[in-house]
Ligand binder design. Structure first.
Ligand SMILES: NC(=O)c1ccc[n+]([C@@H]2O[C@H](COP(=O)([O-])OP(=O)(O)OC[C@H]3O[C@@H](n4cnc5c(N)ncnc54)[C@H](OP(=O)(O)O)[C@@H]3O)[C@@H](O)[C@H]2O)c1
Length: 268
């Protein structure tokens, strides 16, 4: 798996990360959350994204990381309009993840003006390594650009897949100019892009790029943009995580292969 450097060269992360929205709880319901995390680590997935918005996911992740914390880069979030609750969320995350959070993001920009000074103080104290901001909606990208332009964050997290490409307009060029880390959410469109996968014959031209499945094609499509540092995919199924992790290696797609995957995604 390839590593890319994030936070203006301060840390290096593998390009495939694991998201925990809904799927870590689903894995736990099947008694498989530890197996999922262990399968990810074995396949080279070493960045895991979570949030207080994701039900029991932060706690389940902490539980599953038993003995593995130092192998994993934790991307957690604050998600509350309340400044005191934001401080409490950080404090809980620090307790869950062995005294520090590697990347603490402001989820959906909620109360970012209130949380940013608190996160900067936490970074000064060594409780947080990097600060980030996320949003899922193109309607909020103007505000996200303002936050990026403050120079006070290290990374962003935004949606990007062959049918949702709004970040190409302003957010990715700005992130590149500012040297910000870029985490992708929804590389499989929350699973919707997996509903009618192309046939094996349609995927055959991607074989020389190490792509055997549609999920790998979609993940490799996002990571073939060099402005992207890590693609966060979510699954409850350990075998699928191993499959997806295999998309995190060279060779990357060129413009022709990216255009081909876009055509497959829009005609599926
Ligand atoms: N505002 C925000 O900050 C924000 C918003 C959205 C997402 N996120 C983050 O980004 C992460 C990723 O986004 P996402 O959850 O939408 O992920 P996604 O990877 O685009 O979609 C996940 C869905 O795809 C299915 N899937 C995963 N791997 C598969 C495979 N190899 N083959 C077939 N199906 C597969 C999963 O089902 P199975 O479990 O059945 O495999 C799940 O339903 C989230 O978990 C979260 O951490 C952040």
């Amino acid at each position: 798996m390839e590593n890319r450097s994030l936070g203006r060269g301060r840390v290096s992360v593998p390009v495939i990360g694991l998201g925990t929205w809904q799927r870590l709880e689903a894995a736990a319901a099947a008694g498989r959350h530890r197996e999922l995390i262990e399968a990810g680590i074995a396949a080279g997935v070493r960045l895991i994204d979570t949030s207080p918005m994701y039900g029991a996911a932060e706690r389940l992740l902490s539980d599953a990381l038993d003995g593995h914390r130092e192998q994993v880069f934790i991307a957690d979030k604050v998600w509350t309009p309340s400044a005191p609750e934001g401080t409490a969320q950080l404090s809980r995350a620090v307790d869950w993840y062995g005294g520090r959070v590697d990347l603490m993001q402001i989820h959906n920009l909620v109360a970012w003006q209130a949380h940013l000074p608190m996160l900067e103080a936490a970074r000064d104290r060594g409780l947080v390594s990097l600060i980030g901001a996320t949003h899922y909606s193109p309607a909020a990208f103007g505000e996200l650009a303002v936050v990026m332009g403050t120079g006070r964050i290290d990374a962003i997290q935004v949606p990007y897949n062959p049918v949702h490409r709004e970040v190409e307009r302003t957010i990715l060029p700005l992130a590149e100019d500012l040297g910000l880390g870029v985490l992708l959410m929804r590389p499989l469109g929350e699973g919707q892009l997996m509903r009618r996968p192309p046939t094996p014959a349609q995927l055959a031209p991607l074989r020389p790029f190490g792509v055997a499945t549609w999920a790998q094609a979609l993940l490799k499509w996002g990571l073939s943009d060099p402005r992207v540092h890590c693609s966060l995919t979510a699954t409850a199924q350990p075998g699928r995580l191993t499959e997806s992790a295999a998309a995190g290696s060279t060779p990357w797609f060129g413009p022709a292969e990216r255009a081909y995957v876009q055509r497959l995604a829009t005609t599926a």
